[in-house]
Design a protein around this ligand. Structure first.
Ligand code: ZN
Length: 149
């Protein structure tokens, strides 16, 4: 049976859930280090963290994900688990990585690919990309879903 991999929102919202979660989530949600009844804490391996990070970079979500969020995606990849989350960025990256997602609350229907753009001069990044200053005019870049294909 696939295990649920729980993100911090599950605990913050006081949901009752069982499964596994990561040390980063445990810190963020102030769980006891030994976990909770029915909730085991596992650290994902480095290569899975790399894979989660690469996927987030590709979808353009890397800058809005916390280290704990990346651990959740990485752990789900490692153990073949189902990501349980209320966070849109986590849902988006998990789906892009080919994972099953159990959304809490509202869910996004399909994957979003973000593009960063400059609100001042209109420069855009081709796909994915990082936040930061516009290379042309130095204004802080913003992001929006990339249009069309
Ligand atoms: Zn600009």
């Amino acid at each position: 049976m696939q295990k649920n991999v729980l993100d911090a929102g599950v605990f913050v919202e006081g949901r009752v859930a069982t499964g596994v979660t990561t040390p980063g989530v445990a810190r963020e949600a102030r769980l006891p280090p030994e976990g909770l009844p029915g909730v085991e804490i596992m650290a994902p391996g480095g290569r899975w963290l790399e894979k989660a990070r690469a996927t987030a970079q590709k979808t353009g979500d890397l800058d809005v994900l916390s280290p704990a969020d990346l651990e959740v995606v990485a752990l789900a990849l490692e153990i073949g688990g189902i990501v349980v989350t209320s966070d849109f960025a986590v849902q988006n990256v998990a789906r892009a990585a080919g994972l099953e997602v159990e959304p809490l609350g509202k869910s996004i229907r399909k994957g979003i690919e973000w593009a960063w753009y400059c609100p001042a001069c209109g420069r855009t990044t081709p796909r994915g990309g990082r936040k930061g200053e516009c290379g042309v005019c130095g204004t802080e870049m913003k992001r929006r879903p990339r249009k069309g294909k």
